[in-house]
Write a protein that binds this ligand. Structure first.
Ligand SMILES: Nc1nc2c(ncn2[C@@H]2O[C@H](COP(=O)(O)OP(=O)(O)OP(=O)(O)O)[C@@H](O)[C@H]2O)c(=O)[nH]1
Length: 544
């Protein structure tokens, strides 16, 4: 395009003034000298910072989800004011999964897609480093500092969602992204990528040990005594842990304190051109660092207050609306633009980013269904589930057909609520004494609202069987805390035999004395199964 010389001169004048304006302007989002001095001034307070001041900042996030029941034995070693933390000691078995360790081959964890325990390594991202940079333009070789801050490291979150019923999709490692370093022209580094681990409703997430460390210990112990049961090894070894209460002054341990590998307050500088030693000799740097050390301490306090995991686990028994932060990313380091003061014109230093956190977590799927079927092998549990639900469990007339839980959803048509039922691995007599699969099976129905005891009427004494079952799952008192229904299956066998009727009546009387409902059915012939569904639906409702 052609233009007259006058217009050209005008355009040129505008361009020059724009360039001049740009080159001489002080960066607009960098803190000014006055702001920096004010900020450093606020750090001059000499009172001691304690993490008590901030203790509740993260706890409320977990409060709703921290498991209510104290599930295992702990010994208190010391408490404040004798120590900073509530120091506890507890057996190793509480911080690992026996089931997980028993099955060295990870494929053993699965039957189909069902996986109920995983030990997972998680790491939140490190913060990016602050940048050392100075504005440069045609007029100034070294202008004011303009090094941006490092980005914060990504965090690791967990959330219980609809539509999952296994932990099989979880990875063995989740690593959040590191924050990017800050850059010249006040550019802050980008935030590291967050990680969201989605799990099924009913998952409990607890802090645990690195399984490799535990295996090494187990192997060493087994070298000494090959016969020693795994359970005993894990029970005998104790672990000391630093804990914290629910709130300031609480002397009962509720949270495990996690610690970052972190620099000491006043450390964590990066220097350019001049060395650390050069700076440390200068009064102006020492004075600045005294204040910045206090800033570091405040970060420390903030981290300590956030880096806590409920001692007995995070109970995701409901869908969580918002993800819960398991490990928070490290904060990004300050760029040199924060250290411009009337004394320090050329801050050739910046702060490094804070470290992220690394930890192992045990994910256990605890409540897998509203109801759990409880019965010895061959009682007909799989057949029942097969008849009343969409599940297709394996059925066989031999013991231990069911090795992993099968979950069936019972659809009750419009207007009626559906419910889920789990057929769990067969209980055998002595399971509570660790025979067979031990009490592993119990954890799947521990949280179920109701238990459905299944006995077979072709047995000699179904009532005696029922009593043994009650004993195996923890005794009458424990059972009474649940909604209970007693099912007498195989009612077709000896149907014309009055003895069979007598067996049912005995069971019914015992059940009624406990306030429980009972029903005779023949799962095989589909007899009484419709009434069974109605009774089960009642059993699956919340206890008033
Ligand atoms: N006669 C008769 N046989 C039944 C009835 N219900 C189940 N059976 C048979 O009993 C055997 C065992 O049934 P399952 O349903 O596999 O028993 P289970 O309790 O699930 O057994 P595990 O999976 O080993 O715990 C099978 O041969 C079934 O056909 C019934 O009502 N009447």
């Amino acid at each position: 395009m052609l233009c007259s010389s006058g217009t050209f001169r005008q355009l040129n004048a505008i361009r020059t003034s724009l360039i001049r304006f740009k080159s001489t302007s002080i960066p607009d989002n960098a803190p000014t000298l006055i702001e920096n001095e004010e900020w450093l001034g606020t750090l001059e307070d000499n009172s001691e910072l304690t993490h008590d001041a901030n203790i509740e900042s993260k706890n409320y996030v977990f409060d709703k989800h921290a498991t209510k029941n104290e599930k295992f034995d702990i010994k208190i070693l010391s408490r404040p004011p004798d120590s900073k933390y509530i120091k506890i000691q507890s057996a190793l078995e509480n911080f690992t999964s026996i089931n997980y360790l028993r099955q060295y081959n990870k494929h053993n964890h699965t039957q189909g897609n069902f996986v109920d325990v995983r030990i997972i390594q998680c790491r939140s991202g490190n913060g990016g480093n602050g940048c050392i940079s100075f504005l440069r333009d045609a007029n100034r070789r070294v202008g004011p500092p303009d090094g941006g801050d490092g980005g914060d490291g990504g965090s690791v979150y967990v959330q219980a969602v609809e539509g999952m019923n296994s932990l099989s999709k979880l990875k063995t490692k989740y690593i959040a992204g590191d924050g990017k370093a800050g850059a010249a022209t006040q550019l802050d580094g980008s935030r590291g990528k967050d990680i969201l681990i989605t799990v099924p409703k009913g998952t409990v997430v607890s802090w645990c040990l690195d399984p490799k460390t535990v295996r090494t210990l187990v192997e060493t112990e087994l070298e000494k005594d090959k016969q020693k049961p795994l359970k005993d090894i894990l029970h005998e070894h104790k672990l000391d842990i630093d804990c914290y209460g629910r709130h300031k002054g609480d002397i009962n341990p509720k949270y495990i304190q996690l610690f970052r590998k972190q620099y000491e307050p006043g450390e964590g500088w990066i220097y350019n051109e001049k060395t650390k030693e050069y700076h440390e000799e200068k009064d102006w740097f020492r004075k600045l660092n005294k204040n910045v050390a206090r800033y570091d301490r405040s970060l420390d306090v903030d981290e300590v207050s956030k880096d806590k995991i409920p001692l007995f686990g995070v109970d995701l028994d409901e869908i969580t609306d918002k993800p819960l932060c398991l490990l928070e990313g490290g904060k990004g380091g300050l760029g040199n633009m924060h250290f411009l003061t009337s004394v320090i014109r050329n801050p050739r230093f910046a702060k490094i980013g804070r470290d992220g956190l690394e930890s192992f977590f045990m994910f256990e799927l605890k409540s897998i269904a509203d109801l759990g079927l409880v019965g010895f092998p061959n009682a007909g549990k799989s057949t029942i589930l097969n008849k009343i639900s969409n599940a297709t469990p394996r059925i066989g007339s031999w013991e231990f057909t069911t090795l992993r839980p099968t979950i069936g959803t019972i659809m009750r048509g419009p207007g009626a609520e559906n419910f889920t039922v789990a057929d769990i691995p067969g209980i055998i007599e002595g399971a509570h004494l660790d025979r067979g699969m031990g009490l592993e099976f119990l954890k799947h129905i521990e949280r179920s609202k109701g238990w459905v005891f299944v006995v077979a009427l072709d047995e000699k004494d179904p009532l005696a069987t029922l009593k043994i079952l009650i004993n195996e799952v923890g005794g009458l008192e424990k059972v009474q805390a649940k909604n209970i229904l007693v099912v007498c299956n195989k009612a077709d066998i000896g149907v014309s035999n009055p003895e069979s009727m007598q067996k049912f009546l005995k069971v019914q009387e015992f059940a009624a004395n406990q306030g429980w409902d009972s029903i005779p059915i023949s799962a095989l012939n589909d007899e009484n199964t419709d009434i069974l569904v109605e009774k089960m639906a009642k059993c699956a409702q919340n206890i008033e």
